[in-house]
Design a protein. Structure first.
Length: 404
């Protein structure tokens, strides 16, 4: 059990939830170092919401696998690396299936679906945590909103490579994701050019197409298809044939968001099993697009089909060390969170808006959706971003927009 002393101003808890991205460890480091220097104690909760849900509020229990006290030495060692040394999970304590209820609570929670929020609150009190800082995407942070509404002091930090947390132009992990996407597309184009093929790359993006749009705008691809607009497969193929013909090396490239849908089709899933937030695992649209383009390409290529190189970039764009932006922004976000704590403010989401750091009410996470505004930023005839005036736009251009 965590204990306080007269010298400690309070205890701050921090956790990471959802998918890993580069920049999480720098954020943990920033929160910890600033908090320690301001006189606070910091507890790192392991495996996101799972850690604070599964532990026992019992001084005699061995809870080492669920949390640890963070020190400057520990966070400095991890702070320049990718991933999260606190580990992560997609646990949603408000919706826990019977089989996932911790053993010591099975007699208490026997429904097919259970809300273990009372246990989370009890465990946070057991740890004497005064403020909780969850770092995550809209799923992870939606439970942070729930805790805040229950009366707990929560300050959220946005993280997701999809960059789709509402209220902020930027989420930790996005810059590294698009940097890697551009780099890997350029690596793979040598093979596409050598064999004069289409290059189809599937990238992350369940509901929002930012991870396909930005690399395409940067010149990594000729076309992109995104979740916000159902594309016509024949139109895409025709455009890709034209792009290939114009290219001296006789190839063309399309980025396909994992959540993209074609006319007459729906999202493509690896399986129908859903996570704690109701999402089935996406994957396979890239292969589907590739197969269809081979069949359709002969129609626009003098009767000759064009072969395809297809690659799912997947975890290659979310692993490894953070780039410069994902080293700097987490440092700023962590310090913003501490600024709020020092002022006694909570129930906020730290954000970047139009190039400036700020904070907004935390419930923005659940009150709206952040999507590509296709009317402003996506040319549905050309299946690529619209190039218009960049004056007074945020750093990543379309990322401050919501389509609702």
């Amino acid at each position: 059990m965590a204990t306080t002393s007269k010298k400690v101003k309070g205890i701050i808890g921090i956790l990471t939830g959802g998918g890993d991205v580069p920049g999480l460890n720098p954020a943990i480091r920033a929160v910890t170092i600033r908090a320690l220097r301001e006189g606070y104690k910091v507890i790192g909760i392991r495996r996101g919401w799972a850690g604070v849900m599964e532990m026992k509020a019992d001084p005699k229990a061995n809870n080492k696998e669920y949390y640890l006290e963070l020190t400057e030495e520990l966070v400095n060692r991890a702070g320049r690396t990718g991933g999260t040394f606190l580990h992560s999970s997609r646990t949603n304590p408000s919706k826990v299936k019977k089989i996932h209820v911790p053993d010591h609570l099975k007699d208490k929670y026997k429904d097919d679906m259970n809300d273990l929020t009372p246990e989370v609150i009890k465990n946070l009190a057991f740890l004497n945590i005064d403020y909780l800082i969850p770092i995550g995407g809209d799923d992870t942070l939606s439970y942070g909103v729930r805790l805040y509404k229950e009366g707990f002091k929560v300050i959220a930090i946005p993280k997701t490579m999809d960059n789709d947390v509402p209220g902020t132009d930027y989420c930790i992990g996005f810059s590294t994701c698009i940097t890697r996407t551009i780099m890997m597309t350029h690596i793979l184009r040598t093979s596409a050019g050598s064999h004069e093929r289409f290059l189809v790359l599937e990238v992350f993006g369940r509901y929002a197409g930012f991870t396909a749009m930005l690399p395409t705008m940067a010149g990594a691809a000729n076309r992109c298809v995104i979740p916000e607009y159902k594309f016509n497969m024949e139109k895409l193929t025709k455009l890709m044939v034209e792009d290939r013909r114009k290219n001296p090396s006789n190839y063309s490239v399309v980025l396909v968001s994992e959540g993209a849908m074609y006319e007459g089709g729906e999202m493509v899933f690896q399986s129908q099993e859903k996570d704690a937030y109701g999402h089935a695992k996406l994957g396979g649209i890239g292969d589907l697009v590739s197969n269809e383009m081979v069949k359709l390409s002969a129609k626009f290529n003098g009767g000759k089909p064009i072969n395809v190189i297809t690659q799912k970039l997947g975890y290659l764009v979310r692993g490894g060390d953070p780039d410069a932006i994902d080293s700097i922004v987490p440092m700023a976000f962590g310090n913003l969170a501490l600024d709020l704590i020092l002022k006694g403010i909570h129930g906020r989401l730290v954000v970047l808006q139009n190039g400036r750091y700020d904070n907004v009410p935390i419930d923005v996470v659940t009150s709206t959706k952040k999507l590509v505004d296709i009317r402003k930023h996506y040319n549905t005839e050309r299946l690529r971003p619209i190039y218009e005036s960049f004056e007074m736009k945020p750093l990543f251009l379309m990322t401050g927009e919501t389509d609702n």
